[in-house]
Design a protein around this ligand. Structure first.
Ligand code: ARG
Length: 570
């Protein structure tokens, strides 16, 4: 697709004298009009001519210069139509050859992109916000890798902070009332909730908690630290179960505690830049010059302990020194908007040139019908339960639709988990995810299972072709590419895949890719509804089979980028 676009840009540039990189091509509103459109308004001023006249004039000039592209003036637009045989062969072959790496490029040139994602808090259940971060971050990681960047995925686990003092104090008091080893997260959660309940009437609890956290921060390797270490390990093992189900890996699991011995130097560096102030014994950076009324960034509390922001500043300096990143993405809910504005505010006040490379990739909430999760209130929707429920529903649907499916259990896991992941990435990330069970899991409509099902259909046709001896490996017939005129919609959709990946990574917006996949699936299904693949003249069947194979291949590549499985039967 790009090849044809480049050819058109070069020809327009040669005919008009404008730079090829300035030639903006659009997608015509109706594909019957062409594959690319050039709006001639852009030239009206320089050429002092009305756009329709420019279009007509250019069409005359350009038509001699292409062999496989036709230029037609339609009002103020110049529309280009690529000869179908050239278009279909080029797109189908590059899709099939590309396979799972279709859309691969080297635009990244090995530059590093740090992606801070997932980052749940130890001793608490991973909630749906962390699920969104995990899914978004992993998709962005895969896409950047495809584009030739070197992504560095970091799980910035919340394993440090005053809440660990509370937990250690609670364990000291009531540790023997729960079985932490058997089922760590609910047990720790119960202790945490109990702490908050009882602390209201018992101030010594808060005192014990503060003392425990001070000891933790002091670096003493005693009982407090060993309790902390144990709950960290148990929690991580729990989180890993979810990561495994989602097929997510990290380059580094580096929690907040990892920056502990860098906090002093971090504070000194910020202080040395002359932007800190003492306020009631605390150390802050005033940010009112960044935005009027922005709250100051608190780096050190009156009691000398550090904060979430201090650890994030340490992480920034350390990552910048270690990776010299081209981009740093914090994939964190929009409820932390102020926090990341403050971090960027501090970098700005320090006049660090790499500040613009740091982006808060914010997202909205996932609202489950069960209600929003709150750890404090003890009303919790466990993530594992959400996934289990989705898999269970998928299993029921499969049993109904395809009772003889081999491997039904494994497919149900792929469809159930895939449905959740796809639903999460479907809309612009900043929007809340509305979650209706029936809708998320439906095989029709804008869902993961619908896209998976479209892929499975392509595989089913290929299997049938083989069984009937109509596949090209058997017939050795050359495809009649020109016979695919009526599949232009599918072809053009497939050809836009590399662009969908590029914009999804650039905007840190995987929904460009989910929307692309829904569009391609719709095109493919509506083409099927009107065309027979098998049993046609052999060279037509060969062309249509190639189209089906390519469409399936692009869908599989896209689902893989999102972290959604592509079962070949469902
Ligand atoms: N642990 C935090 C939370 O659950 C998210 C951490 C995000 N990353 C960061 N660098 N602050 O809210």
């Amino acid at each position: 697709m790009k090849r044809f676009a480049d050819e058109i840009r070069a020809a327009i540039a040669a005919a008009t004298g404008i730079d090829a990189s300035e030639v903006r091509l659009e997608k015509p509103r109706d594909i019957a009009m062409g594959d690319f459109a050039f709006p001639c308004f852009a030239l009206a001023k320089t050429l002092r001519q009305a756009p329709p006249a420019i279009a007509a004039d250019l069409a005359g000039k350009l038509n001699g210069s292409f062999s496989k592209i036709e230029a037609v003036a339609t009002g103020p637009y110049l529309n280009f139509k690529v000869e179908v045989a050239a278009l279909s062969q080029a797109i189908i072959e590059s899709a099939i050859e590309g396979g799972l790496s279709y859309g691969k490029s080297d635009e990244g040139g090995g530059r590093k992109v740090v992606i801070d994602f997932s980052s749940p808090n130890i001793a608490k259940p991973m909630h749906v916000g962390h699920l969104r971060s995990t899914i978004l971050g992993a998709a962005l990681h895969r896409m950047h890798a495809l584009l030739g960047y070197e992504p560095v995925g970091i799980n910035h686990i919340g394993d440090w902070g005053s809440q660990f003092g509370k937990l250690v104090a609670a364990i000291a008091r009531w540790g023997d009332t729960v079985d932490i080893d058997a089922d760590p997260i609910p047990a720790l959660l119960a202790l945490y909730v109990r702490f908050h309940d009882e602390a209201e009437g018992d101030p010594t609890l808060e005192e014990e908690a503060r003392a425990a956290f001070r000891e933790l921060e002091s670096g003493v390797d005693g009982e407090v630290r060993s309790t902390w270490r144990k709950i960290t390990e148990l929690s991580l093992a729990e989180f890993n179960k979810t990561y495994e189900r989602l097929g997510v890996e990290f380059d580094l699991v580096r929690g907040e505690a990892w920056y502990e011995d860098k906090l002093e130097a971090t504070l000194e560096r910020i202080q040395a830049s002359g932007i800190t102030e003492e306020s009631d014994g605390a150390t802050i950076v005033d940010l009112s010059s960044i935005r009027k009324k922005m709250a100051p960034c608190l780096l050190k509390k009156t009691d000398g302990t550090t904060l979430y922001a201090t650890r994030d500043m340490a992480a920034l300096f350390s990552r910048q020194a270690e990776f010299d990143f081209h981009r740093l993405l914090w994939v964190v809910g929009s409820d932390q908007k102020l926090h990341f504005e403050q971090l960027k505010g501090v970098l700005k006040r320090m006049e660090l040139p790499w500040e613009p490379a740091c982006e808060h990739v914010a997202f909205g909430m996932m609202r489950l019908p069960e209600g929003k999760l709150s750890t404090r209130a003890g009303k919790v929707v466990f993530l594992g339960d959400v996934l289990d429920r989705a898999v269970e529903e998928a299993r029921k649907t499969i049993a109904e639709k395809n009772p003889n499916l081999p491997n039904a259990g494994a497919v149900a896991e792929q469809v159930g988990v895939g449905a959740i992941v796809f639903n999460d990435l479907k809309r612009e990330r900043i929007k809340d995810v509305l979650f209706q069970w029936e809708e998320v899991l439906s095989f029709e409509g804008e869902t993961g299972p619908y896209v998976q099902y479209t892929f499975a259909r392509t595989r089913s046709i290929l299997r049938k072709a083989k069984a009937a001896g109509e596949d090209t490996a058997t017939t050795k017939v050359a495809p009649d590419w020109a016979a695919l005129e009526d599949a232009r919609g599918v072809l053009l959709a497939m050809g836009r895949y590399p662009e969908a990946i590029r914009t999804a990574a650039a905007d840190a917006e995987p929904s460009h890719l989910t929307q692309f996949l829904l569009g391609l699936s719709r095109e493919t299904n509506s083409w099927y509804a009107n065309h027979r693949v098998l049993g046609e003249a052999p060279n037509i069947t060969a062309a249509r089979l190639a189209l089906v194979e390519a469409a399936g291949s692009v869908i599989e590549a896209g689902l893989t980028m999102l972290g959604v499985a592509s079962p070949s039967e469902m």
